[in-house]
Design a protein around this ligand. Structure first.
Ligand code: SF4
Ligand code: SF4
Length: 704
């Protein structure tokens, strides 16, 4: 991974009383070290990737403390890593993106929650729900409920997030239960500061090793029958009461008093939005002092009945603000109030929408509805004015945008995956469009224009498995597309092994770009070695160990081709052969080309250095001869590269705009390849821009 976290790593070293500045997710890294964590693991994914990225890059410092860091190959391996805390007094933390990562980790989590833990365990979840989310929209809360693991949802400010990390480990130990902490996208990226403490070197660590396994073998620590029957009872009879006691005694949830006799119970993570909404309604000041009392739940599971009943006392009504569906918290609070015969009326999903994010607009509308019924004396007209202004802005934006073309997200400039889809599109003109199973990763951009390929998306590494039911029912072979990240995460076993076991047919295209690119170019087992990456031009991923191919051959894949992505002609021929060959069995094309983003990150500083040292530097750029361009734009429909666009036709006798390559072209060569493979008009030219030319360059290319 080329992104350097030098500044962030320095922040990890801050000592007692110093001030940490930065993002919420990076505050978590510091809090883990302040908590004396022994080991950290996880699988990258927005919005928590930086936690693991920073830890991996800070390995030298963590080694000084004796903290072990593991870049796990999936969330399942990360969850299983927490097994170290079942028998030993070692604190462990792992991280991943939820809901998807929690689904992958679910098996190990069930066993961990059943056995219970001795050392504190914290699972930091990037709760990818709502605006900006990129996965199936579900809540992690359901996992907390079914497994009886505790769930923190801290108020999004750095001091509270850090406090909850530290208390989270203590809560885990006090109740022998794993603790999850959900951080929404906004909480991960909220910026702020907190006063740091010294880092704690863990008691059990890589520097202070265990003598061996526990002296006494304790069967009850194994999640295996008959121990599991007892563990199931321990969860509710012992661990749950212990957790509630700890939460109450240590004041993990916060009450913010107000003057009105109605109240709001809010998930901690929504607190900032609530404050903004109350401010908009004229009911809170800039510093958060509100007329409406608020109970902020930094722990959303388990809830503490006494806290809820106490807060509702002397109130005519309470509103529960709980994002997403179903309304787990509201149901539980309803049961608490009913059992206590509390008179306060309960509102929640009847005032706000059931599914989707609670942004400030939604909160203002919901609060107005609630207060209109139970505190009509409050003047909330400022909220109405604000909502009217929002409506009017939306109308204006919609009118303006209706005239603009849709701009779907797409691959980076020069991405090696684009040529593969160009080749597939070309071949489809002859043999028709096949069923395409997509996967999680950059290649999913091909589901948008101009490729529009991808009929299903079932999860990370699942594309080939998702084609298993389609293949036997289809006259044409289905195609599964998978990245190398997905291949190692899940695709090898769920897809390839299953296909071979069942003697399946079909075509699998593996995008071997060298990294888990979509999550921040983290390294894989098949990433190119450092020395191969310094190849200045060309396809450095080709120099990597051929681990994917070796693995496939070892497993028994008979039809296997490795093709340079940028060679569109060969890619098209190979793909056509895979689709039409009478040979039965799985056909795998390893499409090889290094992630261009990663390549440019590495090359740009090198080029800048060379230029500053006066060294000769050559940059390749493609261009369009505007006199030759016919204006039919098939090159654009075959490529979709953002730097290949249109401009006004300079010929006064022709009206169609001509294609043009704007600055930003990285010279990947796809334009020329497409023109050649698709026999397009011969308008593309390749230019070499030479900076700091040599004497020979000047002699050979004198300025005219
Ligand atoms: S990050 Fe890499 S693989 Fe992903 S779209 Fe960009 S260049 Fe392509
Ligand atoms: S050669 Fe073409 S496809 Fe490649 S970066 Fe330049 S404009 Fe984009």
């Amino acid at each position: 991974m080329e992104r350097q976290f030098t500044k962030e790593i320095e922040s990890l070293r801050l000592g007692e009383g110093e001030t940490f500045h930065g993002e919420g997710i990076l505050a978590v890294t510091k809090a883990l070290l302040q908590s004396g964590v022994s080991y950290v693991g996880g699988y990258q994914g927005a919005p928590v990737s930086h936690l693991l990225d920073v830890m991996v890059q800070a390995r030298d410092y963590l080694d000084e403390l004796g903290v072990h860091v593991e870049a796990c190959t999936s969330e399942a391996s990360a969850a299983a890593m927490l097994g170290a805390s079942i028998n030993y007094p070692a604190r462990g933390a792992v991280t991943w993106k939820s809901i998807v990562g929690t689904n992958v980790a679910a098996d190990a989590l069930s066993y961990l929650a059943s056995a219970g833990v001795m050392g504190g365990t914290l699972i930091v979840l990037g709760e990818d729900y709502g605006e900006g989310g990129v996965v199936a929209q579900e809540r992690s809360h359901a996992y907390a409920l079914k497994s009886l693991m505790w769930l923190l949802d801290p108020r999004p400010n750095l001091a509270t997030i850090v406090e909850m990390v530290e208390r989270g480990f203590e809560l885990s130990e006090a109740s022998n239960t794993p603790v999850m902490m959900e951080l929404r996208i906004r909480a991960c990226h909220v910026r702020g500061s907190f006063t740091s403490k010294e880092n704690r070197a863990p008691a059990v660590s890589t520097r202070h090793k265990l003598d061996g396994p526990p002296k006494e073998f304790i069967y009850d620590r194994l999640a295996h029958p008959p121990a599991t029957f007892r563990q199931e009872k321990l969860k509710s009879d012992v661990r749950l009461p212990a957790a509630r006691k700890f939460i109450r005694e240590r004041g993990l949830n916060e009450v913010f008093p107000g003057t009105e006799n109605v109240g709001v119970i809010v998930q901690g993570g929504l607190y900032n939005g609530l404050q903004r909404a109350l401010g908009t309604l004229g009911l809170a000041d800039q510093f958060g002092a509100s007329r409406i009392p608020v109970l902020a739940l930094n722990v959303v599971y388990p809830l503490v009945p006494e806290e809820v009943i106490e807060f509702s006392k002397n109130k005519t009504a309470v509103l529960v603000l709980e994002e997403g569906q179903p309304e787990f918290i509201e149901h539980e609070i309803a049961a608490f109030l009913r059992r206590a015969d509390a008179p306060a009326k309960l509102h929640g999903k009847d005032c706000l929408h059931m599914a989707g994010e609670y942004n400030v607009e939604a909160l203002v509308r919901g609060l107005q509805k609630f207060l209109g019924q139970h505190a009509p004396h409050l003047d909330t007209s400022s909220g109405t004015q604000w909502l009217n202004a929002v409506e009017s802005t939306k109308k204006q934006a919609s009118a303006l945008m209706s005239g603009l073309p849709v701009r779907p997200p797409t691959f980076c400039v020069g991405c090696p995956e684009r040529p593969v889809f160009s080749a597939m599109k070309l071949v489809a003109q002859d043999i028709g469009r096949p069923h395409v199973s997509m996967d999680v990763g950059c290649h999913a951009f091909a589901s948008f224009e101009p490729f529009s390929q991808g009929n299903t998306l079932l999860g990370y590494g699942m594309s080939l498995a998702a084609a298993a039911g389609v293949a036997p029912m289809s006259a044409k072979r289905p195609v599964a597309v998978m990245g190398d990240g997905g291949f190692w995460h899940n695709g090898l076993l769920s897809g390839v092994a299953s296909n071979l076991l069942n003697k399946g047919d079909g075509v699998l295209i593996i995008m071997k770009n060298g990294y888990a690119s979509a999550t921040g170019t983290q390294e894989l087992i098949s990433s190119p070695p450092e020395e191969a990456r310094m190849v200045a031009v060309g396809n450095s991923a080709a120099d990597a160990d051929r681990t994917i191919e070796n693995t496939l051959q070892g497993l028994g894949v008979k039809w296997l081709r490795t093709v340079d992505n940028y060679d569109v002609g060969t890619m098209a021929r190979t793909y056509r052969e895979a689709m039409t060959t009478p040979q039965k069995g799985l056909k795998v094309i390893v499409a090889e080309g290094e992630c261009q983003l990663e390549r440019q990150r590495r090359l740009r500083p090198q080029v800048a250095k060379n230029l500053s040292e006066g060294k000769r530097t050559v940059r390749v750029k493609y261009g369009v001869d505007e006199d030759t361009c016919t204006g039919d734009h098939s090159c654009i429909r075959l490529s979709g590269c953002p730097t290949l666009t249109v401009k006004d036709n300079p010929d006064p006798l022709r009206r169609d705009p001509v294609a043009t390559v704007i600055d930003g072209c990285v010279g990947c060569g796809l334009c020329g390849e497409n023109a050649h493979a698709a026999v397009l008009c011969p308008s593309f030219y390749r230019a070499e821009v030479i900076q700091n030319p040599s004497v020979w360059d000047k002699l050979l290319h004198p300025i005219a």
